[in-house]
Every structure is written in C-alpha cells, then in structure tokens.
Design a protein around this ligand. Structure first.
Ligand code: TYM
Length: 338
C-alpha cells in the first residue's frame, strides 16, 4: 500500500481540508508508506500573489505537522521541487483525451461562464494530478469527495497508457501493466464539509467571504462569530438523523460536530434532539476552540521557524525524487524517448 495525496497552498487551510483529508493522512501514516505533497503547481492555475505563495506553502506544511504528520514517517514536500511531476504531466497530456477533460465538473464549476478566460492550466489541472499520483505508483489516494472524479480520471489515464504501450511494457519490463490504477480513499470523518453560509455549497478556500469557512488558523473569537452567524433554519433539532437530509445547514453543523469529536452524527443527534440551534452552536464553538485552536497555535509556532520547514521540504523532495525519477525514466523508455 502506497499512499499519495496533496493540498493546494492557496491560503486559508480550512476545516474541510482537515476533516475531509488531513485526519485520514495522519491515520494512514502508521500503516502505509505515505507521500504528502504541497501542490504549489496546482495552486498557480488561478492567480496567486507571488509575495504570499511561499508563506502559503509554509502554512500547509505547518498544518501537516501540527495535525500530527511525522516527517520521519511520511514524505512531505512541495511539488515544484520535484520536476518529475511537471515532466510526467506533459507525457500524460498526450495520453489523456480532450473529451475526458470536458467532463470534469470542478473545471465547469470554477470556470462558470468565464471559461474562455481561464488559464489552460486550470483546464489540464487533473492531468497534473494524475502525474502526481502515477509518478509514485501510489495504490491509494485519500481525498475529500470533491476529488473523486479526478482520481477516476487518473485511473483512466493509467489504463490507457498501459493499453497503448502494452507491447513495449511487456518487451522492456516483462509485465502486463506499468502504471498502477489508484484507488480513492474517501473515508475522512466528513467527506464533504459544506459552507457555513450555504448548505448546498462545499466549504472552500477560494470562496470570497471568510465567514463561509472555519480556517485552522482562526482565533477563538472569530470561530465563535462564524458559528454564531452560520445559516440555520427555524425548526428545532429532530431525534432521527434521517430527518436532517432536507435541512443541509443543520446536517452540516451536526457532521462537523461529529467529525471533530470522532463520533457518528447518528449518535450525537440524540444529545441535541428537541433543542434549539443556539444550543448546538454553543457546543460546537466550544468543541472547535478546544480541538482546532491548539492545531492553529502549533501551526503559527512552526510557521515562524522557516529553516525547520525548509529542512522538512528539502529532505522530503529528495526522498520523493528517489521514487519518482526512475518511474519517469522508465515511462520515457516505454514511449520511445530514450
Ligand atoms: P484541495 O487543495 O482543494 O483540497 C485538499 C484536500 O481537502 C479536501 N477538501 C475537502 N474535503 C471535505 N470537504 C470540503 N469542503 C473540502 N475541501 C477540500 C479535498 O478533497 C482534498 O482531499 N486537486 C487537489 C490537490 C491534489 C491532489 C493531487 C490530491 C493535487 N494532486 C494528487 C490527491 C492526489 C485539490 O485541489 O485539493
């Protein structure tokens, strides 16, 4: 089992990243070889202020460490330090089909009506993601639900490569398949955390209003204010979790509560049943301040020690290159480039 996953340094590491992905990253590091990447090349598919990008790379790295990732157990690095990602991405650009990319819902959502004006990188972004995963022949990819379609695309690309070059793979390496088809692991405590202001939209770092999300670096007062102002409806809380399905904002607050606590939402609804939203909001604020603020405080401490972070990223990059470089060399041989 080899695990690969990544997070974009686009600022505002948030509760969705934590509950959808990072909690699972930490769990997996004790049972598998794990590679976690700060995907800085992905982040520049939309505008990033150059004077903030390094700080954002440090933020994600510090978030990894403060959440419990151990650089002795997991390989931690940033994508732009390992050139194999970009080079393999080009090779896979020539395997993936335009029709496949046209089906990617995330591009459609992000581009909206402004498709013509988006960077080409935003469009081909899932191919870079496939390169990230395939360069390590990762078997499992822990992600939130929003990334499922991208992992499926990575599988399609791996499979097409294996079929297109079947004879070469057989002849050179005496194998039927070269790339491994990666499995998505969508098993974080909350696979889809929703916006605090709209239970139909996912919580996202790119949403303009900061009130839609809890950032891991938020202070207690700000968390209290965001939860207080989170959208709700006027009914009280039912005793059966099935009844929250058509109440997305309630469902979201309950799943966040359960996810942070490490319990199932079905179990915790009993504690709040018959009560008003304000009761749930007060308890949720207390829980977030108790569990998330210490991670944020630790992140701030780590972020102030740049040489410590640089050390982790440099060591991680050289370990990552030891795995991805031979894969790229072999891929080029299979294609006939060397
Ligand atoms: P990114 O940076 O948008 O998000 C990082 C991780 O956090 C998860 N996530 C969420 N989970 C639950 N609820 C939410 N509201 C929420 N928002 C984000 C994401 O699913 C993801 O797991 N393309 C990826 C990064 C990437 C990658 C990779 C991932 C690049 N290469 C290779 C896996 C393997 C992305 O933009 O994630």
């Amino acid at each position: 089992m080899r695990v690969f996953s990544g997070i974009q340094p686009s600022g505002n590491l948030h509760l969705g990243n934590y509950l959808g992905a990072i909690v699972n990253f930490v769990k997996l590091q004790n049972n598998a070889e794990c590679i976690y990447c700060v995907v800085d090349l992905h982040s520049i598919t939309v505008w990033q202020d150059p004077s903030k990008l390094q700080k954002n790379i440090y933020e994600i790295t510090a978030g990894f460490i403060a959440s419990g990732l151990d650089p002795e157990k997991s390989i931690i690095f940033n994508q732009s330090k390992v050139k194999e990602h970009a080079e393999l991405s080009w090779l896979l650009n020539c395997v993936a089909r335009v029709g496949w990319l046209n089906r990617m819902t995330q591009f459609k959502e992000k581009a909206g009506k402004n498709k013509e004006n988006m960077s080409v990188g935003l469009y081909t972004y899932p191919i870079l993601m496939a390169a990230d995963i395939l360069a390590y022949k990762a078997t499992h990819v822990p992600v939130g639900e929003d990334q499922k379609q991208h992992i499926e695309l990575s599988r399609d690309i791996a499979q097409k490569f294996n079929i297109d070059f079947k004879d070469r793979i057989q002849q050179l390496y005496n194998k039927d398949e070269f790339f491994i088809l990666p499995e998505p692991l969508i098993s974080g405590p909350v696979p889809r955390v929703m916006s605090l202001r709209d239970g139909h939209k996912k919580m996202s770092s790119s949403e303009i209003s900061d009130m839609t999300r809890i950032n891991i670096l938020d202070e207690a007062d700000l968390i209290a204010n965001k939860i207080k102002k989170a959208k709700t409806d006027s009914d009280s809380i039912p005793d059966n979790y099935e009844l929250v399905n058509d109440r997305p904002e309630l469902k979201n607050l309950l799943s966040i509560y359960a996810g942070v606590l490490g319990e199932s939402p079905k179990k915790i609804i009993e504690d709040f049943s018959g009560k008003q939203f304000s009761h749930l909001k007060t308890s949720l604020t207390e829980l977030l301040v108790e569990r998330i603020c210490p991670i944020g405080n630790e992140m701030k401490k780590i972020m102030s020690d740049k040489s410590y972070i640089n050390n982790i990223l440099n060591n991680g990059a050289s370990k990552a290159r030891e795995i991805s470089e031979p894969v790229l060399v072999e891929t080029k041989k299979i294609i006939g480039l060397s």
